[in-house]
Design a protein around this ligand. Structure first.
Ligand SMILES: O=P(O)(O)OC[C@@H](O)[C@@H](O)c1c[nH]c2ccccc12
Length: 267
């Protein structure tokens, strides 16, 4: 398969921020995507709001509530439309974070086709177990959409199988539990990354808990990139429609950190 996300990691460490679509509204989401791109995001992870986000902690749960407050049945096409608008201003790679039921309801084929049309090149589906991806995977592959697998500190002897089948990049979960800022990570992330690298050259980015530039630099040092959700969502919660400029600044800082610029300031 001809992955369009894998090349993002060539010769650089990636910074991958996350925001929830429609939080707090349609237009701000469009501007948030553009601002993240302007700040230097290598991939924007866009969360599809969901009423029962079981893998998410309080910060992203609250974002889902804000996103769904005016329309609890927010149609997936509204979310696609936000990308349509963003695409008028940016070609930044975009991946969706979505629970599987949303994709299933829309129809696997129609969903992947729409993603391809909008140049959405990856799907992170936290409740899609590896063993159940067989139905979706061939369809996603037909449209050149990567299914980004999650590997956790407890994936154990499934790591080789999961990593071996991965395209795009691998989402390495830094520590057990739900999404949200943390001060400590699993103490053998280096070992986990080594196990992945033993079976594949597909890049691995670490997410869950990262919020400071120092943490992002540390994770980018171990892996190929850092994914940051709750910290971005906190900015949206605090600044609302004024969030885009703040997200742009934060992304600049975090991208500089993963690039090593913060440690070795350019002269
Ligand atoms: O919020 P954090 O701790 O920075 O973690 C990233 C995360 O938010 C984003 O990738 C994400 C949002 N919802 C998810 C559900 C499962 C896995 C990952 C996610």
């Amino acid at each position: 398969m001809n992955s369009q996300l894998k090349p993002v990691f060539t010769n650089q460490k990636a910074f991958i921020p996350f925001v929830t679509a429609n939080d707090p509204n349609f237009d701000t989401t469009v501007q948030n995507i553009v601002a993240l791109a302007e700040g230097g995001a290598d991939i924007v992870e866009l969360g599809v709001p969901f009423s029962d986000p079981v893998a998410d902690g309080p910060v992203i749960q609250a974002a889902d509530l804000r996103a769904l407050k005016d329309d609890p049945d927010l149609p997936m096409d509204r979310v696609f439309d936000m990308v349509v608008e963003a695409r008028k201003q940016t070609a930044v790679p975009i991946a969706f974070l979505t629970y599987v039921n949303i994709v299933f309801q829309y129809g696997y084929d129609a969903f992947c086709q729409r993603c391809a049309e909008l140049d959405i090149r990856g799907l992170v589906i936290p409740d899609l177990p590896f063993e159940e991806r067989d139905e979706l995977a061939p369809i996603a592959e037909r449209y050149n959409v990567d299914i980004i697998p999650l590997i956790t500190p407890t994936s154990g002897d499934r790591i080789a199988k999961i990593a071996g089948a991965a395209t795009g990049f691998i989402y390495v979960v830094s520590s057990l539990g739900v999404t949200g800022e943390r001060s400590q990570f699993n103490n053998d992330l280096t070992g986990l990354i080594a196990q992945i690298r033993a079976v594949t050259d597909v890049p691995a980015a670490i997410g869950f808990g990262i919020h400071t530039p120092e943490q992002a630099a540390e994770m980018a040092n171990i892996a190929d990139g850092a994914i940051v959700g709750s910290a971005c969502v906190n900015i949206v919660a605090e600044y609302g429609t004024q969030a885009p400029a703040k997200l742009r600044d934060y992304t600049r800082q975090m991208k500089a950190a993963v690039s090593g610029v913060a440690k070795n300031p350019a002269v």
